[in-house]
Design a protein around this ligand. Structure first.
Ligand code: MG
Length: 156
């Protein structure tokens, strides 16, 4: 068994969707990004890559590569799961966002993450918190996500 961690942060800007774990959260601002900017899926990608010791998201999907413009982060994660052959045992995640309150969306995010990762919901934990008004996240300028993952090692 192998463990991995991942973290990501995105600026929040007007005119973009706020995608978290593949779920579109109603908000007047969303992640500024080259891809669709899903901060949670990017953290999960880096956690999987970390567990497999296969580099990071920027190595696989360079931000200056036009072929990844507006790329679906779910597709990117599927490609990483395929490439690493990772069999997920469980995953724990934290999203830090000042507003909107993610409480009403946590179960939907959890369900969708379980679907994307092809695991039971009981293997997926989604936690949401604010930054208590501190720093750039607390000022509503950014959203952050962190993920810790345990995978079963494969021969790939
Ligand atoms: Mg990112």
């Amino acid at each position: 068994m192998r463990i991995g961690i991942g973290s990501d942060i995105h600026r929040l800007v007007q005119g973009r969707k706020l995608l978290i774990g593949g779920v579109a959260i109603p908000s007047d601002r969303g992640e500024d990004a080259h891809s669709d900017g899903d901060v949670l899926l990017h953290a999960v990608i880096d956690a999987v890559l970390g567990a497999a010791a296969c580099g990071d998201i920027g190595d696989l999907f360079p931000p200056d590569d036009e072929s990844f413009r507006d790329a679906s982060s779910e597709d990117l994660l599927q490609r990483v799961l395929e490439a690493t052959g990772a069999q997920i045992i469980n995953i724990d995640t934290i999203i830090t966002l000042e507003s909107p309150n993610l409480g009403p969306y946590k179960s939907q995010i959890r369900k969708n993450l379980a679907r994307i990762l092809s695991v039971d919901e009981t293997a997926v934990s989604v936690k949401a918190k604010t930054a208590e008004g501190l720093g750039d996240i607390g000022s509503g300028l950014a959203v952050k996500a962190e993920a810790a993952i345990l995978i079963r090692s494969t021969s790939k």
